[in-house]
Design a protein around this ligand. Structure first.
Ligand code: HEC
Length: 453
């Protein structure tokens, strides 16, 4: 007797046997629990729970449509490029099972076939943190509005700390859509000095309104950040050192790779940037916090770093359907890339990350054909990608400021860089290790005199 190849057994087990439609209890629940339950559960951000049949049943048709269109689970990387450790895409077999179930009338089946429900830890996912900082207020969410709020608070760290993980805990999961926490220096000036040597300053082009900044309408325009004359403008070369942690719906908190840590300088402040989901009623409050987990025993073997690549000088004409904005970066040393987080606002349409090696070879590292502002996804490389000194990274973004973009709040607006969601951004957060510090970190550990790294 010939044995069935393993993959066939796996497919047969996941798909329905002919004549008997898949049921919720037997074939479908394992998929929904695993792939949807982290967001689609009671008291979380998604509109319904998949954890029990009664709650899930009315959404059956919508579920079929959303998985066939690959709208759910949210994941936007073109599978032709890169391998991602957090790839959320369903397999074709999983999609077929959901489709067959819905086509058969979404039967419940025998509840005794149900798998054990997934366990969700309440409170800190990573256990009690070594230090906790919160936004400092019981913030009341404004009804009927998508709001981005910024809160700057003290860490009160008297000495610098190496941290091995940072977890953001939403105060109210039903209203916090996503959140980022950044380390901030006292003023932008200091941030510039820390990140870009001898670069011209950004100050003359900046306008500050309350807690938010934007670039003046009459600032120079440079959509092609890779052009030869571009380096005259601040921040179109080099990079800025970036933030600490993010909270995204359905995603476990980031624990930094083994043996690595991030540095939080003494006296640092943190800035919470929180996107609150639209709520209908008044009186919804939130007090989000961040927990720090200290690295045990002094200095880490490797310093986890983040470079932020931005083009502050973008200009997107009113109504324009496809404005291209680029940014380049020359690797000043060998680096091991770990992850990409593209960040634009409502008009962001697509983004490509390419690298040109010193031998001229051009490679696509990540292509996101349909960027969606609602999902601030991070794409984590399954294996770090080594990029040699002298290589050039090219980031190319397209924006759709036409009325055909359903997310566009106002196609009549000409856009420059600004913090508000209604203005635009072009930034990418790229986590990496310096390749030469992978064995020992002593050379790259910040000394007492060097702060804000
Ligand atoms: C990362 C969190 C997350 C995961 C994982 C996820 N969803 Fe969702 N889903 C949401 C959120 C938030 C919404 C509401 C906002 C939206 O539609 O974008 C939503 C909306 C939906 C909707 C309503 C769409 C509509 O047309 O109104 C369906 C159906 C759905 N999800 C199905 C699924 C299924 C099936 C899975 C698993 C295969 C899944 N989702 C996985 C977060 C998630």
């Amino acid at each position: 007797m010939r044995t069935l190849p393993l993959f066939l057994i796996a497919i047969t087990a996941a798909a329905a046997t002919p004549g008997s439609a898949p049921t919720y209890s037997k074939e479908v629940a394992p998929i929904l629990f695993n792939r949807c339950g982290s967001c689609h559960r009671p008291k979380d951000i998604a509109p319904f729970s998949v954890l029990d049949y009664k709650a899930a049943r009315p959404w059956a048709k919508a579920m079929k449509a959303s998985v066939l269109a690959r709208k759910m689970p949210p994941w936007f990387a073109d599978p032709r490029y890169g391998h991602w450790s957090n790839d959320a895409r369903l397999s074709d077999a999983e999609i077929r099972t959901i489709q067959a179930w819905v086509d058969a009338g979404a039967p419940e089946g025998n509840p005794r076939d149900l798998p054990a429900p997934p366990k969700f830890v309440e409170g800190w996912q990573l256990g009690q943190p070594d230090a906790v900082v919160d936004i400092g207020t019981d913030y009341e969410v404004t009804p009927n509005e998508d709001a981005y709020e910024h809160f700057v608070v003290e860490t009160n760290f008297k000495e610098g700390k190496w941290i091995r993980a940072a977890e953001i805990k939403p105060g109210n999961r039903e209203v916090v859509h996503h959140a980022h926490v950044l380390l901030v220096s006292n003023d932008l000036k200091q941030m510039e000095v820390a990140s870009t040597k001898n670069a011209p300053t950004l100050q003359p082009y900046l306008i500050r309104e309350g807690k938010l900044s934007r670039i003046r309408q009459d600032a120079p325009i440079q959509n092609d950040g890779c052009a030869v004359n571009a380096p005259d403008l601040p921040f179109l070369t080099g990079f800025q050192e970036g933030a600490l942690a993010s909270f995204l719906p359905g995603r476990p908190p980031d624990v930094f790779p083994d043996g690595s840590a991030k540095w939080v300088p003494p006296g640092a402040k943190v800035e919470f940037v929180i996107h609150y989901a639209r709520v209908a009623d008044k009186g919804r409050r939130d007090r989000t916090s961040i927990g720090f987990y200290f690295y045990p025993g002094g200095e880490p073997q490797r310093v986890l770093r983040r470079m932020d690549l931005r083009n502050f000088f973008l200009h997107i004409p009113a109504g324009a359907p496809n404005t291209e904005v680029r940014r380049c970066y020359e690797f000043e040393k060998d680096k091991l890339l770990l992850s990409f987080t593209p960040h634009f606002h409502f008009r962001g349409k697509d983004v490509t990350y390419e690298v040109v090696r010193p031998n001229g070879k051009r490679e696509t590292l990540l292509y996101v054909p349909k960027y969606d502002f609602n999902w601030q996804l991070v794409y984590r490389l399954r294996d770090p990608v080594r990029i040699e000194k002298g290589s050039r990274m090219i980031v190319t973004v397209h924006y759709d400021n036409s009325p055909n973009n359903p997310g566009n709040p106002d196609p009549k607006q000409t856009l420059r860089w600004g913090d508000k969601s209604e203005e635009e951004m072009m930034t990418s957060w790229i986590e990496y290790f310096d390749a030469d510090t992978v064995k020992t970190a002593t050379s790259s550990a910040p000394s007492k005199s060097r702060s804000a790294r």
